[in-house]
Design a protein around this ligand. Structure first.
Ligand code: PNS
Length: 189
């Protein structure tokens, strides 16, 4: 029988309990699950791709389901999927707010690679509000993220935000002397 290979792509910056939940669900649907970590320097990730991969590897444990591999990728996701022989792309859906972006991406990927299907999986309700972005924000502001990420990721976040190298503070734009509002601001903001 042909091996069913699925790709679960993402930034994983860092991995959260929501990601882990999707991984466990996806493992029941394929024989081999390739976690594809985007090398997305333009998004200025907090963790390097090597660090993100290490955090995934130390937290995805052997189980009865599909075996899991972790790889980095750049370029088109469908090219990566084809290069590993995957017919399935797995994405997690949390709330309706995810839907539009995910729908567009799935249709674009289908246009580029009609034989690769995108499959959406829903994480447990308790993770429906958990995203790497929010977890980073909470950790940066000193909040507790221990229940939202695997322990290694929580520790890495604490360390990252304790180091000034990792937490660049953006300069505020210089105030205009004219008293006019800067471009892009709205009345009352
Ligand atoms: O975890 P993220 O940041 O939501 O993951 C986004 C990801 C990696 C799935 C997406 O950015 C992606 O597929 N990037 C590869 C570039 C690509 O294939 N673009 C065209 C499809 S829309």
């Amino acid at each position: 029988m042909t091996e069913r290979i699925a790709v679960y792509p993402g930034s994983f910056d860092p991995i959260t309990n929501g990601h882990l939940d999707i991984i466990e669900r996806a493992r029941g649907l394929c024989d081999r699950l390739v976690l594809a970590v985007l090398v997305n320097d333009e998004k200025r990730p907090l963790f390097s791709v090597e660090e993100r991969i290490a955090l995934i590897r130390e937290n995805v444990l052997p189980s009865d389901g599909a075996r899991v591999e972790v790889r980095e990728f750049s370029g088109l996701l469908v090219d990566f999927a084809r290069s590993v022989g995957a017919r399935m792309i797995v994405r997690g859906l949390r709330a309706m707010s995810d839907f539009e972006y995910e729908f567009q991406m799935a249709l674009m990927n289908r246009r580029l690679a009609p034989r690769v299907e995108t499959v959406f999986l829903m994480a447990k309700e308790e993770y429906s509000y958990v995203s790497s972005r929010l977890v980073k924000e909470v950790a940066r502001l000193g909040g507790d993220v221990a229940a939202l990420t695997p322990p290694g990721a929580a520790r890495a976040l604490t360390k990252a935000f304790a180091s000034p190298r990792r937490a660049p503070v953006r300069k505020r734009p210089a105030r205009r002397r004219t008293g006019r509002r800067p471009r892009g601001s709205t009345a009352g903001s």
